[in-house]
Design a protein around this ligand. Sequence first.
Ligand code: GLU
Ligand code: MG
Length: 436
Amino acid sequence: MKREEIVMLCTNDLGGQTRGKGFPLCDLEDRLKKGIGWTPTNSMITSHGPIAPSPWGPFGDLVLIPEPASRIRVDFGPDAAAEHFILGDIMQLDGTPWAVCPRSFLKRVLAEIEIRHGLKVKAAFEHEFVYEAVEERPNSSYALDAFRRQGLFAESYLGAMKEAGLAIDTFMPEYGPKQYEVTVGPAIGVAAADQAVAVREIARAVAHNLGGRASFTPILRPDAVGNGVHVHFSLIDAATGEPVNYDASHSDGISARAGSFVGGILANLPAITAMTAAATVSYLRLTPNRWSAAYNNLGYRDREAGVRICPVFQKSEIARQFHFEFRAADAAGSPYLVLGAILAAGLQGLDASLPIPQVCEGAPQNLPEQRLRELNIVRLPQSLTEALDLFEADKVLENTIGAELKAAYLAHKRFEAKMMEELPLEEQCVRYAKSY
Ligand code: GLU
Ligand code: MG
């Protein structure tokens, strides 16, 4: 039988799902120029299937325009289809970006940071996930045996990512049941989020080809530890390419510009969890003692801080290593929205020249109220609905996010929250594990 390879041209949508349309590989050159048709209401398809009330209904036409640099191709041999996809921007028919496109939103925030402050952003996404094919056994955390029991998955996954051009950093068995973690090297700008989509999709493709499943759900069960997505980020001077995060004269090594940026992220963190922790079950994860993040605090090497100052490994070239990690994210959020929301918050801090935030000494839940007030530390929202309320009320971020994207996101997620919150938590976890 003759086979024709198919390329999927995709967007990663408001629900963090990669959706798109396919075309024959022989048409690639033509499709790179003209893209493929897309529909506004697709943005309202929730991760559980039903469509949230759509402002567009059956009306409207858009076009998905591919970004050639994001193309991923992994060969699964003669007995399986190749994994071949390209990510793109959703555009209006006149060629301008569609206001609700997550990837275009991230590009817009990156451009504003560069135009107004002469800075570019370098970022890397660290992913935790569950490989469902392994048997759950106690005492598997970081265990060589837990690594061994995933069989051919890890080698195939890393091989596939290498073939796709991703720079692999580490792979490990993590603390939780059936939980593994993968990290890839950083990239500048929108490419970092493109990579995050690829990391998730290649894991799913490899697991599928081995007859298993990889799930990036925020949390497997209410009593488990979560699957975090930790976003490592740093600022670089757009003109020189040099990092600008470190200042040896500051007590915690933070430069004034990085301090303003991180200050903006901390100030807006409760509101942006609506985008960074986008599932109802995300809020089971964002609780104390789960090594995720429960407060909008800045921590020095603290694995429960909202934003963590990461360690540097040699004393030389500290400025090249010094960076921050945002811990209140998971893979229910589109990497474009997660990074876009973090950067929109950081941009607000830069615009307002916020002072360098103070590091929180110890766990916030153990600090007196008075001290939390002095440090501007608050508990993060404890449900998706609470996060959406804060997100809706935030008029400053709205300037960067845009009214149309904000309204579409709220309509989509409020519908999802209502649908899920009628179910017991255990059942919500089951639904999210299947959808991600
Ligand atoms: N599993 C934790 C989370 O939900 C992170 C553990 C770690 O520090 O790697 O974020
Ligand atoms: Mg981890």
